[in-house]
Write a protein that binds this ligand. Structure first.
Ligand code: GLC
Length: 466
């Protein structure tokens, strides 16, 4: 009697659990209706890592910020160091000159494979994740296969043109980084170049139209190759983000990939770079760009600290954004419902160059004090305010608090800010210990008096409580 009661209880708990776990089908209805997992909207700040064979030459002509240089000039002088393989195909351009001088003209791009494999034997994910979590990042997105086709994990999907000893890393960088990121409390996502694979297409890409579109492999063999990679990545690493790049083959198993990814990990989110499947993307991905106002649809800006995603040894302070500019960008993005996926480009040994670390740490220090106005917040009714000192103002909100950010330095200790709704109870300046401020509100105009000795900050945050 006792035994059968126990069995009954056990079975009912088991069945309830089973039915609570929704199974997603590879259909437009099932995938299209799925709500966006909450963590992504709250995360605000992630780290993108572009790393691969291109970290060996680590060289590009820093011609200018992407999207600000004409496309005619861009491909020959591509500032993206991860495009080295394409850029070196222009025999009258600086990358080829650098290549011949450094490695000789008979040195093929894939000759970087043994160099990379040797330099990275001792690589340890922990150093990266210690830094990323220390500075407050909530997720990491890692290049599992960039346009050159080299996979950062020992894939078992055969490439029809290149031997696996060349095209697949023997070391499982993806697995190690996934494990270590999660251990440090961060989510882990996979970047995959679905639209471009230069082992399937070998001619140089000279211009955006029509070259880049023509260069996207569309064969049955490529479609199966990309699909199989995704299935493999999902089964092995259960990613929290599928960050596809450029496009996806029209006949690809996009819905199957989505369903499998969700069923393996209910937290998974998908970006929007999936070609004809773009509409299923849960967030848009402006690159080296931000939005002017609040967007109800979630979005994520990605960019390098300088002009490149992959490490470019030529870059210096002239190309890299300052910590101050990074802080302003993060605040601006978050105020408009975006996330900031800030890229790090490690060198071939897997070390993150000092000029990148400096800026990341400064941003992290700022977040330690001001992060409560960033993480887990929602946009306020407007993103931008104005002030009498022409200081740029941004807002976010959480429960009964409106966080008000001053993106420029105070020029006077009296500041008037508009756009804050009536009913303020209290205003504090976030600092090591919050500093109460003298304030007076007249309709939507708030007058503040700062103490004479207000500590400088890349951006002051006011905790305005209602
Ligand atoms: C682009 C570039 C690429 C970079 C990426 C990140 O499409 O081709 O090098 O990986 O976007 O957004």
């Amino acid at each position: 009697m006792k035994k059968s009661l126990f069995l009954f209880l056990f079975l009912s708990v088991f069945i309830t659990n089973l039915s609570a776990q929704k199974v997603y089908l590879p259909t437009p209805e099932s995938i299209g209706k799925r709500p966006m997992p909450e963590w992504f909207g709250n995360a605000k700040f992630g780290i993108f890592v572009h790393w691969g064979l291109y970290a060996v030459p680590a060289w590009a002509n820093p011609v200018g910020e992407p999207f600000k240089v004409s496309w005619e000039t861009w491909f020959k002088n591509n500032a993206y160091a991860e495009w080295y393989l394409n850029t070196m195909k222009f025999k009258d351009a600086p990358t080829w000159k650098h290549h011949v001088e450094t490695y000789g003209e008979n040195f093929d791009y894939y000759d970087f494979v043994p160099v990379f494999n040797k330099k990275t034997v001792a690589w340890d994910a922990q150093k990266w994740t210690d830094l990323f979590s220390k500075i407050g990042a909530k997720y990491v997105v890692f290049t599992t296969k960039h346009h050159d086709g080299f996979t950062l994990y020992p894939s078992t999907v055969p490439n029809p043109f290149v031997d696996k000893s060349v095209i697949n890393s023997p070391k499982d960088f993806v697995g190690e980084l996934a494990k270590s990121s999660r251990k440090a409390g961060m989510k882990f996502g996979v970047y995959y170049s679905g639209g471009l694979d230069w082992t399937f297409y070998r001619s140089p890409i000279v211009n955006l139209f029509p070259d880049i579109f023509q260069s996207m492999p569309k064969s049955v063999a490529y479609t199966a190759y990309a699909d199989n990679h995704y299935h493999e990545l999902i089964n092995r690493y259960k990613p929290d983000v599928l960050w596809n790049d450029i496009n996806y083959p029209d006949n690809g198993d996009f819905l199957g990939i989505c369903a499998e990814a969700i069923n393996q990990n209910p937290n998974v989110v998908f970006n929007d770079r999936w070609g004809k499947f773009k509409e299923y993307g849960q967030y848009s991905t402006p690159e080296y760009r931000t939005l002017d106002s609040i967007s109800v649809k979630k979005w994520e800006t990605c960019r390098g600290i300088g002009y490149s995603f992959g490490y470019n040894q030529v870059e210096n302070d002239k190309q890299l954004l300052s910590a101050d500019a990074l802080v302003d960008m993060l605040v601006d993005i978050v105020s408009k419902n975006g996330n900031f996926l800030l890229n790090v480009g490690p060198n071939a040994n897997g070390e993150i160059p000092a000029i990148q670390i400096e800026r990341l740490e400064a941003l992290g220090e700022w977040l330690k004090i001001n992060g409560e106005g960033i993480f887990d917040t929602k946009p306020y009714t407007v993103a931008e305010g104005a002030s009498n000192q022409k200081i740029k103002i941004r807002f976010t909100q959480k429960e009964n608090v409106v966080y008000t950010f001053l993106l420029d330095k105070l020029t006077d200790n009296q500041l008037i800010i508009n756009k804050l709704k009536k009913g303020i109870k209290n205003v504090e300046l976030l600092s090591d210990k919050p500093v109460p401020l003298k304030w007076k509100q007249n309709n939507e105009e708030l007058t503040l008096t700062f103490p004479e000795k207000t500590k400088e900050s890349y951006a002051h945050t006011l905790r305005v409580t209602y």
